[in-house]
Write a new protein. Structure first.
Length: 432
């Protein structure tokens, strides 16, 4: 099986808190002092997959460089520090990826854009201290012709299998349960009408797999559909989990719960659905959502932290953070304050007592300005430490970050102009 040479290191996190302010939310996010991103350098210069179109052709082929791990890392309180020597190339072609912890490492799945404009989907398995296996590489029969702004859906089913969902150029949703060994699984079409601005969400219940997606095919409100696959291979039913007289979009799965937004002008609502058969319940109101909104969340029992892309001061975009804890709905904080225009993205990974948010940040006010990633550790009351910034090789753009934590290691994968890259961090774990 094809291997990409990688070595991984650790990152831990810190969590957020709550306050008793009234539910009204400010229209602006406070500006913060600008911070300079650290210098980073590429470790892989050539394409280990160039010209190889089939998984069978990848046997025995290896990349030429490894990512060294740093042991001299001083982690700031409520902050993060790099634990590597620079960005590591995961996929040579430009793309957007999702990441999850699985077994003794990580799985990373993504879309790649080929030179002829067509698309491929890939799945890698990264084990700390070893080389990374290519599990799947597949050309899409119907490619999306516009640029992707949302990754595939990816989640770990158990220590040796993941669920992978993707959308194609016909707005179909495909799903497969894939083993991390030689089992490549079989993709089935689980739904139609996908709004390509949002990733499918993957969850599990007993022997069955669950796939949710934003359905943009209706004439009125967007909706969220939820499919159940018996044994992960056959669709048994599909139900609409949209509240009556409402809309639903941007689904994500957090543990055993589906979270999405009823996106409206002004005040929107966040909803939860207990998987697999629960009904929609309002989590909390939230204002000034960006369109399309991106959501990322962590949960401790009844307390939620939700990151979301927002419209902040002077109609510039920002990334906000809200707490939901029963009837307590304090106003938002800013993961990334408003400093430019255009689409942003946010992702999160949770440890026992903390959460790490990885969010796009504008480098200039212009809508098409390059993005960097800001990594912030938060307590369960939504207080946060100082951000750590990530850029691509030689200071190039880094955006659409995805993150996962495993055994004290946090990886951040992201898109850059020439490929998909990985960075390794260590963070304050937030315990004690």
């Amino acid at each position: 099986m094809r291997r990409l040479t990688l070595l991984l290191a650790g990152l831990a996190l810190v969590a957020c808190g709550d306050d008793d302010e009234p539910a009204a939310e400010p229209e602006e996010f406070a500006e913060e002092t600008p911070h300079e991103p650290p210098e980073e350098r590429p470790l892989v210069d050539d394409d280990p997959l160039a010209g190889l179109d089939e998984v069978e052709n990848l046997q025995g082929d290896e990349a030429t460089a490894a990512a060294a791990l740093r042991t001299d890392v001083e982690v700031p309180p409520r902050g993060c520090a790099f634990a590597d020597e620079g960005p590591v190339l995961l996929w040579r072609r430009p793309g957007i990826a999702a990441m999850t912890a699985v077994g003794d490492g990580f799985a990373i799945a993504g879309y790649g854009r080929k030179e002829d404009g067509s698309e491929e989907i890939f799945l890698l398995h990264l084990v700390p201290g070893r080389m990374a296996d290519l599990i799947l590489r597949r050309d899409l029969e119907h490619s999306l012709r516009t640029a992707r702004v949302a990754p595939p859906g990816l989640a770990a089913r158990d220590g040796g299998r993941v669920g992978l969902a993707y959308t194609d150029g016909r707005a179909q949703v495909h799903y497969a349960r894939l083993g991390l060994g030689d089992d490549r699984g079989h993709f089935v079409v689980v739904g139609q009408g996908a709004d390509q601005r949002y990733a499918p969400a993957v969850g599990f219940r007993d022997a069955d797999d669950l796939v949710a997606w934003a359905d943009g095919s209706g004439a009125d409100h967007a909706r969220v559909q939820l499919a159940r696959l018996l044994g992960g291979t056959r669709v048994s039913d599909v139900r609409d989990v949209t509240p009556d007289a409402s809309g639903a979009t941007a689904p994500i799965v957090v543990g055993d719960t589906l979270l999405y937004a009823d996106h409206r002008q002004g005040i929107s609502s966040l909803y939860t659905v207990q998987l697999p058969d629960g009904q929609p319940e309002v989590l909390r109101p939230v204002s000034h959502l960006f369109d399309p909104v991106a959501l990322a969340a962590a949960r401790w029992n009844d307390r939620w932290l939700v990151g979301y892309t927002a419209v902040g001061s002077a109609a510039q975009t920002a990334v906000g953070l809200v707490v939901a804890d029963g009837d307590r709905t304090p106003p938002p904080a800013a993961i990334v304050p408003s400093s430019g225009y255009g689409m942003l993205h946010v992702a999160a990974t949770q440890l026992a007592e903390s959460v790490v948010f990885v969010a796009d940040a504008s480098t200039a006010p212009e809508r098409e300005s390059p993005r960097r990633l800001d990594v912030r550790v938060a307590w369960s009351d939504a207080t946060m430490g100082e951000p750590l910034s990530i850029q691509g090789p030689e200071g190039t753009e880094a955006r659409f970050g995805t993150t996962a934590a495993h055994g004290g290691v946090v990886g951040v994968a992201f898109g850059s102009p020439d490929g998909v890259y990985l960075r390794l961090l260590r963070c304050d774990p937030g315990a004690g």
